[in-house]
Design a protein around this ligand. Structure first.
Ligand code: ANZ
Ligand code: ZN
Length: 833
């Protein structure tokens, strides 16, 4: 073997070996325990970054570890390949999104392979390929049949100069990313998936996500956002019509000073006379920065006290939430407060903080705080004031009481609301899955029949970035005959949100890519899905903690209800890894603090890159980049190399024997110590991996063992046996972290290659035990001394030692010993009277 560690020689050799023999291929085998380990698939942006290296290194350790523990491990990889950057590249540089994407994939796949990741590439998924997205379309058509997909009008960002819809990330400071025009809101018909049908189930089953970080579960719950409230009717003056408002604070009804409608609310157009004014405010709809209102000139009646309340149109009231209309209580809601100040509307306090109450009784109206006007809304709970017969109630009770009062009067009802909105999936762009419907003048909306799927995205289109989707200018795509009447029809030109692609890719991985039976297997229950799903360990960035995970949970349930899959939750355990930071900031191009993985691999090798990223921090914490740390990881691996190269010939002459059943009496003191350290290290590394994947402490334990090996000089055969056992166990334990060097040295000492098929090493409790332990001596329950004693003594021997200790003899003096208790061989309590 080479004297010096040179990863540039070692790593390509093993990558080639693994690939040629297709050693990471996985087979469905239901006689074996499975483990499905999944890392979030990357967007093929061009190159991988350190965040990917970290994410995939973590996943690879888990996959390799579980494999060595005897699981049938599924560990796949693929590409989230549709999306805006490809289209932007086409507009800017004239390359076709498909070419751009596939070239990036090919480069990045090379990078992943250089990292030595144990993927079964036969299951690779590329979401922009028709073999993949045809299933988006099939699921969509099924969802249409079930009423889970529907079309309605809603608002999109629109650039009036480019005449095109903009994604949120193409709107920069309210302006178009290309031409700097002010972006407006435009109403368009769009397709939605009815995720709200699953809102309650998605919420309650959050409690089953025991293997997820608590904060992620909380984010899921908050996003679903269940709230209990009241729908109250405010009758419009001089009309029999009501404005229905939704409030969670019925206790503040006596403090209402105006009512606001959302601009698109159907009543808005009827109550406002000046249509230009309404258009103006509609253009500002949904803008969080500036609150704007328009007085309609009309009034409505507060159902609790009959007061006349002015009706406004306000840009911050969302049409999609509650009823699209609110009652405004400036004294107790900061947003309403700001609005009231801006438009000079009354601010009427009806809740006061509890501390203000004198004595314990009710609060008479005249005792209300006088003088100083509110400087800001008082949003907390408290005691009602100026609220008619409800004054003096605690606000929490009043919410109930007033709700009931309204209900009895027939002017309101208790309701439950969810923040969760149906999922708008229409994107007016090219590089995505075509939505499989056609529009026929005679028959209306017609789903593309199953036999005509997939609807293929045409490649011969032009990219100008102006005038809407390129699909609009592709007659071969656009013009179709209606599947129902055979007449002329038009294809839908919108494509699907790319989140659809990532909502079920983990299900696609359960099949071999070339499985000819796939066609039927994805349409009904299959043994593969029953076996592999759910994912046992999912690993990825916390930035996907809300939408991607929620959509995946939704899709899994839809497929369950279509009879395709047996489970409801897709991911049993979730690990959200921390960020990679350098010089105190997240690594990013804009910060200019990026370290390129290619450079790192070229200079130090992928084992060092992996080891550093696993050693520098536990997976869920941020990883602080350090050049010194990388150097340190490299030196450590060099040390392992040197131990083997220095002792190679002698080690090769002895048989492998970890002495766990052998006779250790012939060992020197150092030999015994190394043997003990070896068994202790196996135990510790195993425990650290099992306990929340504490790879960093596992690696430090390995470093300690290697230190001890470095200082060890075997003198005879049994010495070399011990060294060989230490080296072999080190290589096995290291192999999930640094697979290349582990294979190389494993082979060098004369073993058959391919470590992942070896079992995980075991340890012997007896040999791992310390030779001496600390004995705590108490007198009448108080600690009076400590003593190092050999392990394995009987209680009587321990008693003798404890009582014979010189300090103890002095301490006990003339006292009478009534009892001596030995606890677990580690503590002696002497009871003296
Ligand atoms: C009066 C009020 C008084 C409110 C008060 C709050 C505090 P959650 O808890 O998130 O469900 N609201 C209702 N529908 C809305 C819409 N479509 N657009 C914008 N805001 C809307 O929030 C419910 C509260 O959000 C409701 O309670 C309503 O304001 C507002 F001291 O009603 B509240
Ligand atoms: Zn038709």
């Amino acid at each position: 073997m080479e004297e010096r560690y040179d990863p540039r020689k070692v790593e390509p050799k093993w990558q080639k070996f693994w690939a040629e023999k297709n050693l990471y291929k996985t087979e469905y085998d239901d006689s074996r325990k499975k483990f499905y380990c999944l890392e979030m698939f990357p967007y093929p942006s061009g190159r991988i970054h350190m965040g990917h290296v970290r994410n995939y290194a973590i996943g690879d350790v888990i996959a390799r570890y579980k494999r060595m523990r005897g699981f049938n491990v599924l560990h796949p990889m693929g590409w989230d390949a549709f999306g805006l950057p490809a289209e932007n590249a086409a507009i800017k540089h004239g390359v076709h999104p498909s070419k751009w994407t596939y070239e990036n994939i090919s480069y990045m796949k090379g990078q992943l392979n250089k990292l030595g990741l144990s993927y079964d590439w036969d299951r690779e998924v590329t979401t922009c390929s028709p073999e993949y997205y045809r299933w988006n379309q099939w699921f969509f058509v099924k969802m249409l049949e079930k009423g889970l997909a529907y079309r309605k009008s809603s608002y999109v960002n629109w650039c009036p100069s480019c005449q095109t819809v903009l994604a949120n990330e193409q709107v920069i400071d309210s302006k178009c990313w290309r031409c700097d025009s002010i972006v407006v809101q435009k109403e368009l018909f769009q397709w939605f998936l009815r995720i709200t049908r699953y809102a309650e189930e998605l919420l309650t089953s959050c409690d089953e996500l025991a293997g997820w970080p608590e904060k992620v579960v909380l984010m899921q719950k908050n996003w679903i956002g269940k709230s209990f409230g009241v729908e109250a009717d405010f009758r419009i003056e001089d009309s029999d019509e009501n404005i229905k408002i939704f409030t969670t604070r019925a206790d503040t009804l006596f403090g209402v000073s105006f009512v606001c409608l959302s601009p698109p609310h159907p009543l808005s157009a009827r109550l406002v006379e000046d249509k230009d004014e309404l258009d103006k405010i509609t253009a500002q709809y949904g803008k969080a920065d500036e609150k704007m209102g328009l007085f309609t000139g009309r009034y409505c009646i507060n159902p609790v006290n009959g007061e006349r309340v002015p009706i406004y149109i306000a840009n911050f009231v969302l049409m999609e939430y509650g009823t699209g209309a609110i009652m405004s209580v400036p004294a107790h809601d900061q947003r309403d407060f700001d609005f009231a100040v801006k438009y000079d509307l009354p601010i009427k306090q009806v809740i006061m903080p509890e501390e203000k109450i004198v004595g314990a009784g009710l609060v008479p109206a005249q005792q209300k705080p006088q003088g100083v006007p509110l400087q800001a809304a008082y949003e907390d709970d408290g005691i009602l004031m100026d609220s008619g017969k409800f004054s003096g109630f605690a606000s929490t009770d009043a919410r109930e009481t007033i709700a009931k009062y309204l209900q009895d009067k027939g002017a309101g009802r208790k309701v439950v609301n969810y923040k969760l909105r149906d999922w708008g999936i229409s994107r007016q762009r090219y590089w995505g899955t075509p939505i499989p419907v056609i529009y026929c003048d005679r028959c209306g909306i017609v789903p593309v029949p199953e036999k005509d799927l997939p609807v293929i995205l045409p490649e011969d289109v032009r990219f100008t970035g102006k005038g809407g989707s390129p699909l609009l200018e592709s007659p071969s795509f656009l013009d179709v005959t209606c599947a129902v009447c055979g007449g002329k029809a038009r294809r839908e030109t919108d494509t699907m949100d790319t989140f659809v692609d990532s909502s079920w890719y983990f299900i696609r991985y359960c099949f071999d890519g070339k499985d000819p039976g796939l066609d039927s297997k994805l349409k009904s229950k299959s043994p593969e899905l029953g076996y592999w799903m759910p994912v046992d360990q999912y690993i990825g960035g916390v930035e996907h903690a809300v939408l991607h995970l929620l959509y995946s949970r939704f899709f899994t349930r839809v497929l369950r209800d279509l009879g395709i899959i047996g489970c409801s939750e897709p991911f049993t355990n979730l690990l959200t890894q921390g960020m990679v930071i350098k010089d105190g900031a997240k690594m990013s191009k804009s910060k200019g603090n990026v370290v390129d993985p290619d450079y790192l691999i070229e200079r130090y090798g992928s084992d060092t890159s992996r080891l550093f990223s696993l050693f520098a921090a536990p997976p869920e914490k941020d990883l602080d980049w350090s050049d010194k740390g990388v150097e340190g990881a490299y030196r450590f691996l060099s040390r392992v190399w040197n131990i083997v190269s220095k002792n190679l010939e002698a080690m090769k002459r002895v048989v492998s024997d970890d002495l766990s059943t052998g006779d250790i009496s012939g060992l020197t003191e150092e030999g015994r110590s190394l043997l003990r350290k070896t068994h202790q290290t196996v135990k510790k590394v195993t425990a650290d991996i099992e306990k929340e994947y504490h790879f960093n402490t596992a690696i430090s334990a390995l470093m300690e063992l290697v230190n001890e090996m470095t200082g060890f000089e075997p003198r005879d055969e049994i010495g070399y046996k011990v060294l060989r056992a230490a080296v072999e166990k080190t290589l096995l334990l290291l192999s999930p972290f640094t697979p290349h060097i582990a294979e190389e040295l494993w082979e060098a000492i004369g073993n058959e290659p391919f470590i992942p098929d070896r079992g995980w090493p075991s340890w012997d409790e007896g040999l791992a035990m310390d030779e001496e332990i600390e004995l705590v001596i108490q007198v009448n329950g108080k600690v009076r001394g400590k003593l190092m004693i050999p392990v394995g003594l009987t209680d009587d021997e321990i008693k003798k030692l404890a009582l014979g200790d010189r300090k103890m003899v002095e301490f006990l003096g003339q006292g009478v010993i009534r009892k001596v208790i030995v606890v677990k061989g580690r503590l002696v309590n002497v009871v003296v009277g």
